[in-house]
Design a protein around this ligand. Structure first.
Ligand code: ZN
Length: 319
């Protein structure tokens, strides 16, 4: 069926019609996270390190591959510690996908123990260095937040899948092309909507310095409370420096990410006379019934939250 010898063993495993139906019904693009059902439906298994790239991979895979994520929705990715169960799932995977650029601090040790090939999705992205903290000078890992760089991820996924499963290479490339067009459209929306802003106030202030790539795409200056999660978060010095930036630049609104506490940023907003304009999603998708179950939802949510905050549309809507 797949025309690849490596996969024939999997076809011998009990194929459960119920699982096949569940996996194919409507949302074939959704990553599966149940360890027990892995490798039971005959499709090659792709294991991604976190929910965002698992979703991207799921869109490109369509129904041909089974895509899972190591971490669950809402999990912190930087400081994650793989469990024995993660290792068992990874041992059954035909391909492992990671972000790279130091995002998964735990990944080198993890992948050393596996036989499956792995592909780093940020390969070929023009990186931006971290400008503060212990990781200063290293590449900022959050490249998927750039609509432009995300299209490099999608192309890398299509290449990896074509190598894994050449029989369906045309499908992977077609899925990647239409997906890339959707991502590009959100990037265009961000630039278009922010074009009318006073250039002096074109600044994005967040908790983690996770938006360097998105800010570059949108022509925004960037300020943050701390450079990378898992370092010191929300210290008095960080809060004071961010208040100064917001005051000096008369930034109208500040933001914080879903996986960290927003307390320090709300203090910045209070003391600098700005609005706390909402939660942004970066390091994880939400649960399926939450606000950002897919990467496209995540990007659209962030683009629209940033635009509404900086243009004052959120204030008008709320009063
Ligand atoms: Zn992060």
């Amino acid at each position: 069926m797949f025309g690849v010898p490596n996969f024939s063993l999997r076809l011998g495993a009990a194929v459960c019609a119920v699982l096949l139906l569940a996996g194919c019904a409507g949302a074939g693009a959704r990553p599966q996270s149940e360890a027990t059902s892995a490798a039971q439906d005959g499709r090659p298994v792709v294991l991604a390190t976190f929910t965002v790239i698992a979703d991207m991979a799921g869109v490109v895979a369509g129904d041909h591959l089974r895509v899972e994520s190591v971490t669950k929705a809402g999990a912190e990715i930087h400081g994650y510690e793989p469990t024995p169960d993660d290792l068992r799932r990874a041992a059954r995977a035909d391909l492992v996908l990671d972000n790279g650029l130091g995002l998964e601090a735990w990944f080198d040790k993890f992948v050393d123990r596996l036989d499956a090939p792995h592909v780093t999705l940020s390969g070929g992205v023009e990186t931006i260095p971290i400008t503060g903290g212990e990781a200063k000078g290293h590449a900022n890992p959050h490249a998927w937040m750039s609509p432009a760089a995300a299209q490099v991820y999608v192309a890398n996924i299509a290449d990896a899948f074509a190598a894994l499963d050449p029989e369906h290479a045309d499908d992977y490339r077609a899925n990647a092309a239409s997906y890339s067009a959707q991502i590009a459209a959100l990037g265009d929306e961000l630039e278009r909507e922010l074009a009318s802003l006073d250039p002096a106030r074109r600044a994005l202030v967040t908790c983690e310095g996770a938006f360097s790539y998105l800010a570059r795409d949108a022509g925004l200056a960037e300020a943050w409370l701390w450079p990378v999660n898992s370092e010191r978060q929300g210290t008095p010095q960080q809060v004071a420096a961010t208040i100064d930036f917001v005051r000096d630049n008369r930034v109208p609104a500040v933001f914080c990410e879903s996986t960290v506490s927003s307390t320090a940023q709300e203090q910045v907003a209070d003391e600098a006379g700005a609005r706390f304009a909402g939660v942004l999603y970066v390091d994880s998708l939400s649960e399926p019934d939450g606000p950002v179950p897919t990467y496209l939802d995540l990007l659209a949510h962030d683009v629209r939250t940033i635009v509404a905050g900086l243009t004052g549309a959120d204030e008008a809507a709320g009063s």
